[in-house]
Ligand binder design. Structure first.
Ligand code: LIP
Length: 263
């Protein structure tokens, strides 16, 4: 797999964390029947994976900044570069023994994500991209879908749960988009949702309440695959808004128009 030294470092870290998570995932499947459940075990697996990634990345690039879902944020001596890491995206799927989760690692340079890796160990699919070098899944180049007709498009989203505040807006989105498309899917990993847009498996994906580490790597993979990825709230910084819409060039505008309609 050709790529920069940083990209190869990211892939090595993602694969090492993936090996650890696959072992833990097999244990989680056994824990489904236990009364206590797998919650604490998965938390430990999540943190262990992030520690593996942090050791690899910060060991090789000790001056870079860090933003990790489990270990938080730390400035680096180099203020222009930052790792953005979700060691286990799709935690709820993992907890329930559903084999759809990923390791997401992004490199940000001067506020722009310039490299991203999203690794799905359960399916052995490693999506990756570097700015200007295209988007790939394993050794194959990927591109966003060519569909132009919204009625033929299959979209992905994330639907709120628990105390999330975006249920009313998301229900409006669904009421407007489901009749206008060929279907909406909720697979439970934002990083893989974005990677699937890049690979043309989904024609678009949107979500109204996710973190930078959920989407950072997927953004550059979508853009290098010829797609567009912006905040749902027009003109807003995508990480600060906590919202995302990713789609091919033809579908981005019609979907954005629907999502940006007033209540
Ligand atoms: C998850 C996202 C998913 C979103 C969930 C959660 P996690 O990330 O990938 O799309 O709907 O609320 O944020 O928590 O599994 O890393």
């Amino acid at each position: 797999m050709q790529g920069s030294a940083n990209l190869n470092l990211m892939i090595k870290a993602a694969r090492k964390a993936g090996r650890s998570l696959v072992k833990d995932f097999r244990e989680v499947e056994n824990l489904q029947v236990s009364v206590k459940g797998a919650g604490d075990f998965v938390s430990r697996a999540d943190t262990a994976a992030e520690n593996i990634i942090r050791e690899e990345l910060m060991g090789a690039r000790p001056t870079y900044g860090w933003l990790g879902e489990e270990t938080g944020e730390a400035d680096g001596a180099d203020p222009t570069r930052r790792w953005i890491v979700d060691p286990l995206d799709g935690t709820t799927n993992f907890l329930h023994g559903l084999p759809h989760w990923s390791v997401s690692i992004a490199l940000e340079h001067k506020g722009e994500v310039v490299a991203g890796v999203v690794f799905d160990p359960a399916k052995d699919e490693l999506f990756w991209a570097e700015k200007g070098a295209g988007a790939w899944m394993n050794e194959s180049r990927v591109r966003v879908s060519g569909r132009r007709n919204l009625a033929e498009a299959v979209l992905a989203t994330g639907v709120p749960f628990g105390t999330k505040k975006t249920l009313p807006a998301t229900m409006r989105d669904l009421a407007r988009l489901m009749p206008a498309t060929a279907g909406v899917r909720r697979f439970g990993s934002a990083a893989l949702d974005l990677a699937y847009v890049a690979a043309g498996r989904f024609d678009a994906y949107w979500e109204r309440e996710i973190n930078a580490w959920d989407m950072a790597a997927g953004l550059v993979i979508v853009r290098e695959a010829g797609g567009f990825a912006e905040a749902v709230r027009e003109g807003r910084d995508i990480f600060e808004s906590g919202t995302v819409l990713a789609a091919n060039a033809e579908l981005f505008a019609p979907i954005a128009k629907i999502l940006r309609q007033p209540e």
